[in-house]
Write a protein that binds this ligand. Structure first.
Ligand SMILES: NC(=O)c1ccc[n+]([C@@H]2O[C@H](COP(=O)([O-])OP(=O)(O)OC[C@H]3O[C@@H](n4cnc5c(N)ncnc54)[C@H](OP(=O)(O)O)[C@@H]3O)[C@@H](O)[C@H]2O)c1
Length: 294
């Protein structure tokens, strides 16, 4: 049974996404805006959420112009459980359903675990983990009534292996991975797919928007580091859409990211040694650079 060009439920494997209703959190810049663009190109109707409404309206305006997209903007602080649930309710009452939820809103936190400010860490958990779970819970209720849907959780390769001075952020993504793995099994009988996307370094303002919880971790912010260059956010957007269509379980953006995660699983001690050395080296270079600027 179909309603207009919209099938009665969820996302059919390999099927077209035209007319589907997708909610994207953190949609006003970076990876979220790129995913919104890729879904708009497919003909999805979109509910875009984030806190900065000016940026949100700008992205919505651009997608309306480029793709004639039907868009609802919902100013949302995802760390507030009530707002996370209201986002799904508003989307359902506006569009009549929710086929796809992309839990993308996120932020980083830098600092050694033994020194992290716990209020900072709690806040990052509220955004990266509890916000995503609250939105999932609300969306699943709608998807169950419809007969299916797809939830996408944007994790990270560091949700697979922790990096020095990134332990707090990694912990939020490990938590998201854990909950996603269980939810994937639990939701199968409801015809709800759960896709986890694990980007590596991506060219966005992510590190500038991350919290420096501890003096001495500043070199992690704004660095254009890594053993590889970051990918364009549009690549993550396109890959995410393909994963939704295929109902994939877990997705990496580059072969390098995939190999790094395999290496981390097979040789955790070697990776830990390597990352310790690289972190010390970067910190030294950062400090020398700072001294040189004086
Ligand atoms: N960039 C990378 O290298 C990379 C790698 C792996 C994974 N990721 C993940 O990809 C996702 C997107 O990150 P990005 O790189 O695109 O970073 P970004 O450019 O900083 O974008 C973050 C997005 O999250 C939103 N956001 C932050 N706090 C929020 C809150 N409390 N409520 C609602 N929205 C909030 C921001 O909008 P407002 O500030 O206006 O609310 C913004 O739209 C994150 O989950 C991140 O962990 C990024």
């Amino acid at each position: 049974m179909t309603t207009g060009n919209r099938p009665s439920f969820g996302v059919e494997r390999g099927g077209a996404l035209a007319g589907k209703v997708a909610v994207i959190t953190g949609a006003n810049r970076g990876i979220g805006a790129a995913i919104a663009g890729a879904l708009a190109e497919e003909g999805c109707r979109l509910a875009l959420a984030a806190r900065n409404t000016e940026l949100l309206d700008k992205v919505a305006g651009q997608l309306r112009q480029d793709f004639d997209a039907d868009i609802l903007t919902v100013p949302t602080d995802i760390s507030d459980e009530g707002q996370a649930r209201a986002l799904i309710e508003k989307t359902e009452s506006h569009f009549g359903g929710v086929d796809i939820l992309v839990n993308n809103a996120g932020m980083g936190i830098y600092g050694a675990v033994d020194e992290l400010d716990l209020d900072d860490l709690r806040h990052v958990f509220e955004v990266n983990f509890f916000g995503a779970v609250a939105a999932l819970q609300a969306a699943v209720q709608v998807m169950r009534r419809q007969g299916g849907g797809t939830v996408v959780n944007i994790s990270s390769i560091v949700g697979k292996f922790p990096q020095p001075l990134g332990g707090g952020y990694s912990a939020t993504k490990f938590a998201l991975q854990g909950a996603s793995g269980a939810a994937r099994s639990e939701l199968k009988r409801d015809n709800i797919d759960l896709v986890v996307v694990c980007p590596g370094l991506t060219e966005t303002e992510f590190s500038q928007n991350s919290r420096i919880s501890v003096p001495g971790a500043e070199h992690r912010q704004g660095e254009r580091h890594s053993l590889t260059r970051g990918v364009e956010a549009s690549k993550v957007g396109r890959r995410t859409v393909t994963a939704i269509k295929r109902g994939e379980r877990e997705v990496y953006i580059t072969l390098f990211d995939r190999l790094l995660v395999w290496f981390a699983v097979l040789f955790p001690g070697v990776l830990q040694w390597l990352l310790t050395y690289v972190t010390r080296y970067r910190r030294r270079r950062f400090e020398q650079g700072e001294a040189g600027e004086d």
